[in-house]
Design a protein around this ligand. Structure first.
Ligand SMILES: *Cc1c(COP(=O)(O)O)cnc(C)c1O
Length: 379
């Protein structure tokens, strides 16, 4: 069994996929071209934003937005402590200071009351200027943008939605990647909508921001490529990846998103009695990048992972270390905030195999092993 079965997905889409890739090679346009602009158009239409700007990966997408907003030294950017490293890495990379905010145990997403507390603390200390909130749509579930946008408005902050794992989710009928002042996603192979390499995109309704990012991603180009008006980077989505994504996006919309939600439903039905399964609050819809349990203790979690391994069931710990405890952030020293929920989650979470091609039998097998082990006290 695979944790996320991309080989199986390829087998299902093989005919269309091979054709799409061959077509790019035969046409000879390998950077830019029709597949890239068509993909951008289709994704913008799907999430309902004015602009979609593709780029080389999700990390670059975050960096491009921060760079366009001229975030840098002396600025505070608020990030959840429980997420993938890139969310905070880009903040430090552009010279600003990441301020770590705790998450909610119910949703794994940024805790809005701790967010407001963090902003107040920064204002009180008076050393940094609060500028941006980067909420993460962790494991496929959008963050609470109603509350986040209230706080952003109150303190005049920009919101950058990190939906690297969230594409396909929604909140109050509004799609992930359409919240805040700008949003990003990642097409890393294991994300809900993945390509066969690295890829990413920025989404926004802001014409001026779109124009700056379109320039930044191609060496700060002006009217054309050899007219350079600002210092930028080289961050483009390959034409082949765009062609692959067009095929995958069709499957994603037509059945994968629905299929992965059915898998989640079945997991919950079979596991709810014995385990803390992810609960989706009313009016939210998840694209289930992960299906993550919270176990009773670190010991139980680790023993369960060993037990699953002995039965050939893969599982992963997302994430084992709070961002604020990563060595790379040692330089922040005593300034780091306390994030007790994140610390606890890092010890107790375990993600199970999750993808749209998991069969009912496979889910039942996993659930049986989990339940049997628990009732027999083997972990
Ligand atoms: C994967 C991920 C990123 C980075 O995306 P890449 O395409 O791998 O650069 C950023 N934020 C979160 C929350 C992610 O999961």
């Amino acid at each position: 069994m695979e944790f996320r079965d991309l080989k199986q997905q390829y087998q299902v889409l093989k005919e269309e996929m091979d054709q799409a890739v061959l077509e790019v090679m035969e046409k000879g346009t390998y950077i830019g071209g029709e597949p890239v602009s068509t993909l951008e158009q289709k994704l913008a239409e799907y999430v309902n934003t004015k602009h979609c700007i593709s780029c080389a990966n999700g990390t670059d997408a975050l960096s491009l937005v921060l760079q366009a907003w001229e975030i840098g030294s002396g600025d505070a950017v608020f990030v959840p402590d429980f997420t993938f490293f890139a969310t905070a890495e880009v903040v430090a990379y552009c010279g600003a200071t990441p301020v770590f905010v705790d998450v909610s145990k119910e949703t794994f997403n940024i805790d809005v009351s701790d967010l407001e507390k963090a902003i107040e603390e920064v204002l009180e200390e008076g050393e940094l200027t609060p500028r941006v909130i980067i909420p993460v749509d962790l494991f496929g579930l959008p963050a609470d943008y109603i509350e986040i946008e209230k706080i952003a408005e109150k303190y005049k902050l920009l919101v950058l939605e990190d939906s690297a794992q969230g594409f396909g989710g929604s909140f109050n009928g509004k799609k992930a990647c359409s919240f805040g002042d700008a949003a990003i996603t990642s097409f890393f192979p294991a994300k809900p909508l993945g390509c066969y390499g690295d890829g990413g995109a920025v989404f926004t309704d802001d014409d001026q921001l779109a124009e700056i990012i379109n320039s930044l991603k191609v060496h700060g180009k002006g009217s054309y490529k050899y007219d350079n008006v600002r210092i930028g980077v080289n961050s483009r989505l390959d034409t082949i990846q765009a062609a692959i994504l067009l095929v995958k996006f069709k499957a994603f919309k037509e059945y994968e998103l629905d299929a992965v939600n059915k898998v989640a439903e079945l997991y919950r039905e079979l596991l709810n009695e014995h385990f803390a399964t992810p609960q989706i609050p009313e009016n939210f819809y998840s694209s289930y990048a992960q299906f993550t349990l919270i176990l009773d203790s670190e010991k139980q979690r680790n023993e369960l992972q060993e037990y699953l391994k002995s039965k050939n069931i893969p599982s992963m710990i997302y994430y084992p270390i709070p961002l604020s405890e990563q060595k790379a952030f040692d330089y922040l020293g005593e300034a780091k905030r306390k994030t007790p929920v994140t610390k606890e989650l890092c010890k107790r979470v375990l993600s199970l195999p999750m993808h749209p091609y998991l069969t009912k039998d496979e889910v039942k097998t996993i659930a049986d092993i989990l339940t049997e082990g628990k009732t027999k006290n083997v972990y």
